[in-house]
Design a protein around this ligand. Structure first.
Ligand SMILES: C[S@@+](CC[C@H](N)C(=O)[O-])C[C@H]1O[C@@H](n2cnc3c(N)ncnc32)[C@H](O)[C@@H]1O
Length: 230
């Protein structure tokens, strides 16, 4: 599905408050960025689900956030944890940024750039958890390098994740899921969780993405796996 061009997106991104324009300067210091912007009094959770138990200070990064709903809802669910959403498409990033400015909590930021530069934004072993949600499948072999589960990305994930860090992936695409299972297995990442119909049962601990909501409404199964860093 190609994203329709949003005319105001680039102008909006020029002014966006929750957009981090210099992510390289925060490498190794993301916690400091979040902690320096915390309000004096702890923010009151604004949803009932925010009472879910979280681990204070954990750093999550979502690559390919699209319109940004997943990281926004996760940041609300886990107000003591930190979320960085990454999106390279101007229109999608503009929509995510406008949502984050309007209703985003302080534990959420956006990077508008290509995930392939991640090792300049995060220090080795800085990230606790990576999320890949409904990544573009790039079905043709000649485009395999663009998949977010291609070798070059796996090497970068391994470098920025903590030794006990994890990567969670959700997709509706069986071929991409199969490819990713093989990729992570060949790279030696231990598989921790797997489901071929994740939304068959309730998962209040994990937010739905925009794509996921659509596919779930259509009755399509959601594939999900979680790996530990090798
Ligand atoms: C199919 S959409 C899914 C959006 C969202 N995660 C969801 O589930 O609703 C995939 C998104 O990943 C973004 N994307 C793909 N490759 C990327 C990369 N290398 N760096 C940053 N974003 C990327 C695309 O621009 C697109 O917005």
């Amino acid at each position: 599905m190609r994203m329709r061009r949003v005319g105001w997106a680039v102008d909006y991104l020029d002014e966006a408050q929750k957009l981090v324009r210099d992510p390289e300067t925060h490498a190794g210091k993301w916690k400091e960025l979040f902690e320096s912007r915390k309000t004096e009094a702890p923010e009151a959770p604004d949803t009932e689900e925010a009472l879910l138990e979280g681990v204070p200070g954990r750093l999550h990064v979502e690559f390919g956030t699209g319109k940004g709903g997943y990281s926004l809802d996760m940041a609300r669910l886990y107000p003591e944890e930190y979320f960085v959403a990454v999106e390279k498409n101007d229109s999608a990033a503009g929509i995510a940024a406008s949502k984050y400015d309007a209703e985003g909590p302080e534990n959420l930021r956006l990077i508008w750039n290509d995930a392939r530069f991640m090792d300049t934004w995060f220090a080795p072993e800085e990230v606790d958890m990576i999320h890949l949600n409904f990544s573009d499948p790039w079905p043709k072999n000649r485009n395999a390098k663009r998949r977010l589960s291609a070798d070059s990305f796996l090497r970068q994930y391994a470098a920025i994740l903590k030794p006990d860090g994890k990567l969670a992936m959700k997709t509706d695409n069986a071929a991409l899921f199969e490819y990713s299972l093989l990729q992570f297995s060949r790279a030696g990442w231990p598989l921790q969780e797997i489901s071929v119909d994740f939304r068959r049962s309730e998962h209040p601990e994990d937010a739905m993405t925009e794509y996921e909501r659509k596919f779930t409404t259509e009755g399509k199964p959601i594939y999900r796996a979680v790996w530990r860093r090798k």
